[in-house]
Design a protein around this ligand. Structure first.
Ligand code: 1HE
Length: 263
């Protein structure tokens, strides 16, 4: 285990365990509320990941994943400061979503506002039964600013997000799994281990598969279908031409390696 060679604020810790980086939100006294230095630190951390890192796990210290934006950070903002503040969140979270490696978020306790936006920028979400989801922006007279209006509807649909913001509705972990907030719901206290297990598997994937899934798939899914089909063919051809793919295909054909099993 090594520490990322980058000065991070005390509210963040990033350690590297072979090919997996673990980023911990580490401000439990404030329920991991995200202030300006923390959001900049998150972006810097993802930008500085060494090439040997092939997956990241993000989790929160204490009782909650993240209480969202540190509300004390924006009380004095005028409109231009508000725009730049929101754009700083966009820049940081873009480093997660469009970075080189898959990112798994472990969710427990409050996953609120900007915390939900952070989770939505990750690629896989593993929740524990204590997790709950809310967008209190609505009742606080503000609006999502960390990419939530783009990413949260992709997970749960615009109608659910609209309802949450207008009525203050919250979702528990089980309901949240069905709604699409998380892909997994695991026993309390086991989310981190499960995420690490998934991350280890991800580190063994072929680089072109990972590239296709992270960079081509989201664009194809939002493209006009005929453009999407073309992009898919190009991505498929590039991935299959990689010697790693050829070796794996051969290994199945000759030895039955990686046979698919029932869930
Ligand atoms: C905070 C924050 C915060 C806690 N900003 N200080 N997010 C919210 O609207 C959620 C606000 N927080 C809460 O509803 C609750 O704190 C929790 C449900 C998350 C946790 O409750 P609890 O009882 O465990 O903790 P607590 O006693 O409320 O909070 C502990 C301390 O953390 C307390 O400070 P203290 O000095 O009195 O000890 C709280 O003030 C502080 N704290 N959450 C600042 N969010 C890019 S745009 C995104 C827009 C948003 O994210 S809006 C949603 C913001």
């Amino acid at each position: 285990m090594t520490t990322l060679a980058l000065a991070l604020p005390p509210s963040l810790a990033c350690e590297i365990d072979e090919a997996i980086a673990v980023l911990r939100l580490s401000r439990p006294r404030k329920r991991n509320a995200v202030d300006d230095e923390m959001v900049a630190g998150i972006g810097a951390c993802f930008a500085a990941l060494p090439a040997e890192v092939r997956a990241v796990v993000v989790h929160g210290e204490g009782e909650h994943f993240c209480a969202g934006l540190d509300l004390s950070a924006i009380t004095a903002h005028d409109a231009p400061e508000g725009v730049f503040h929101s754009r700083a969140w966009h820049r940081a979270f873009e480093q997660i979503e469009s970075g080189a490696v898959p990112v798994i978020a472990v969710l427990h306790g409050a996953v609120i506002g900007g915390g939900l936006e952070l989770a939505a920028a990750c690629h896989i979400r593993v929740a524990e039964p204590s997790a709950y989801y809310a967008l209190p922006e609505g009742s606080r007279g503000i609006f999502v600013g960390g990419g939530g209006s783009v990413r949260v509807p992709r997970l749960i649909g615009t109608a659910r997000m609209l309802d949450m913001m207008l009525t203050g509705r919250t979702y528990g972990a089980e309901e949240g799994l069905a709604a699409g907030f998380s892909q997994y719901l695991v026993a309390e206290g086991t989310g981190f281990a499960r995420a690490m297990e998934m991350a280890r598997r991800i580190t063994t994937l072929a680089p072109m598969t990972v590239f296709g899934v992270l960079h081509a798939l989201p664009r194809i899914a939002e493209a006009e279908p005929r453009t999407g089909f073309l992009m898919e063919s190009l991505m498929a051809a590039i991935a299959a031409a990689d010697p790693v793919a050829k070796e794996r295909l051969q290994s199945f054909l000759e030895k039955g390696a990686g046979k698919v099993t029932r869930p």
